[in-house]
Design a protein around this ligand. Sequence first.
Ligand code: AMP
Ligand code: MG
Length: 328
Amino acid sequence: MVVLGIESTAHTASVGLVDEGAHVLAVASDMYKPPSGGIHPREAANHHVEVFPSLVERALALSSVRPSEVDAVAFSQGPGLGPCLRAGATVARILSLAWNRPLVPVNHCVAHVEIARVLSGLDDPLLLYASGGNTQVIAYSRGRYRVLGETLDIGIGNFLDKLWIELGGTFPGGPQLEADAKTGSELLPLPYSVHGMDVAFSGMLTAALALSARGARRPDLSYSVEVTAYAMLTEITERALAHLRAEAVVLGGGVACNDRLRGMVRGMTEGRGGTMYAPPRNLCVDNGAMIAWTGLLALRAGQSVPVEGSAVAPRQRTDLVTTPWRGS
Ligand code: AMP
Ligand code: MG
């Protein structure tokens, strides 16, 4: 069985093809980069509409899969930005109708867990999902993936991007801030905002900008922000592990490309005698392959929808979707 997956929750338009053995046959992605400032949903959606036809062609060519060999079309149903989701869902509906193949809606956050789960071979890992818009600790319990902890204000990636742009840089800030942090050395005091299993970043944003206005060096700020923010994420991940008496952690989301975050979570998990797995970077960020793989699991469990029932769900909560392939 081969499934084609369409991802378009935010900046990234992506098409992936995956087979039954979880082999990633192709990923073709194109990220919308705003000319200045943050993401504008309508402009990102226009970008996605423009690039999707060539991404579909590229993914098919890369995988040498013919349209007649595609068994189903999966798409990100939510959560995400409405106009962006609708662009991807429209492409998925068209392909499903044109090829006469089932249409399978997929929850984006669940897809991050499932791709990491199959690649790692870990049966029941906890996911630290650190992306632009989302920051969550997710674990499976009694028939659903549940959000155990999350950001109370902005996503970690949006926080890093906003800070970097305010400091004079360009989008996306996370990777550039990572490079800058490597030359920083002084740990500046920043708010460490952990509330039980939740975190918050807007106080750190304000404090970092205030330090910058008072002349703090940017590499020291980048270093301090990384150390403080990733320590917060590591702490809530450890707390979730301890509560669940669990041992395995997987990472997902663009910020999970970060070496310092990977190292800190790995150190914590292995220090407890557990296992940490981070997918290759092209599968950590938003990608069509994770949607295709989760769509394949869902289809095998009998989940598909008619076009009339395929509305996107911008606010879809992880714990509202059923995951019958995981049992109960
Ligand atoms: P996503 O929302 O999952 O597509 O991820 C995009 C976010 O990941 C953006 O906010 C980026 O700044 C951030 N990001 C990507 N690479 C890195 C990195 N190496 N370190 C920190 N943040 C990153
Ligand atoms: Mg994501």
